[in-house]
Design a protein around this ligand. Structure first.
Ligand code: AP5
Ligand code: MG
Length: 225
């Protein structure tokens, strides 16, 4: 069942904390539109668009893509999605992005996934993705039905250029430095909820319970008018 009112949320967390994996479950369960700037940027790089050419060098080094480029991409997509419930995966990542998003879109919730870094470094080694959809697999956790092939399209899976160990270490550094002010910003607005755990099996039931409660509240509010 969908939310009775439009619901807008953000999911944050370190690289490979499971944002994409949890997002997929939220989409399946609650029907939100998934907006992942990381997936969008990877597609631009794949297609060699002007935006992709500009973004590639930052992504390959594990650095953040400049705010102007990412903002344009995200706000354009939000406009396309229109009057539906959506969730932003891995955005905002800087205070500038958070402030500009708030100026354009009121948010109902911010979810932060808190996963130990040693778990993250192990996970990245086994990650394979389907580039055009952003579907993500992990050897031994959610294996594709046919090794190396996407379950839906049968197309080849690839490993991400930024999943090399030294680039992952840089992404974790950038995350620690840049995300703290964003977390504080949402903390002050009492919008953020932290979900702690080492596995999706631990985190998903907490997230599901949280969103079910939000949905109940939205239903109660719509009955009260
Ligand atoms: P982005 O694509 O957003 O990458 P990220 O934040 O580094 O996060 P990931 O996508 O790597 O991980 P995830 O949390 O989605 O985890 P996943 O579900 O895959 O960004 C990439 C780059 O784009 C950035 O570095 C930057 O350059 C640029 N960019 C993006 N947004 C930007 C912004 N707002 N501003 C500026 N630049 C931006 O899970 C990880 C793995 O673990 C998977 O293989 C999964 O299958 C596996 N897994 C999940 N749960 C389990 C489990 N329980 N057990 C075993 N494996 C598991
Ligand atoms: Mg992701």
């Amino acid at each position: 069942m969908l939310f009775s009112k439009v619901f807008r949320m953000v999911i944050l967390g370190a690289p490979a904390s499971g944002k994409g994996t949890i997002s997929k479950r939220i989409v399946d369960r609650f029907g939100f539109v998934h907006i992942s700037p990381g997936d969008m940027l990877r597609l631009h790089v794949l297609h060699g668009s002007d935006l992709g050419k500009k973004a590639k060098k930052y992504m390959d080094e594990g650095k953040l893509v400049p705010d102007e480029i990412v903002m344009k991409c995200v706000l354009g997509r939000i406009t396309e999605v229109g009057n539906k419930s959506w969730m932003l995966d891995g955005f905002p990542r800087t205070l500038v992005q958070a402030e500009r998003l708030s100026a354009s879109e009121p948010l109902h919730a911010v979810i932060n996934l808190d996963v130990p870094h040693d778990v993250i470094i192990e996970r990245v080694k086994g990650r394979w993705i389907h580039l055009s959809s952003g579907r993500v697999y992990n050897v031994g956790f959610n294996d594709p039905k046919v090794p190396g092939k996407d379950d839906v399209t049968g197309e080849d899976l690839v490993q991400r250029a930024d999943d090399k160990p030294d680039v992952v270490a840089e992404r974790l550094n950038v995350y620690e430095k840049m995300l703290r002010p964003v977390l504080n910003y949402y903390q002050k607005q009492e919008l953020i909820t932290n979900f702690k755990g080492s596995t999706t099996a631990e985190i998903w039931p907490q997230v599901e319970k949280f969103l079910l409660a939000k949905r109940m509240k939205a239903v109660a509010e719509s009955i009260q008018g």
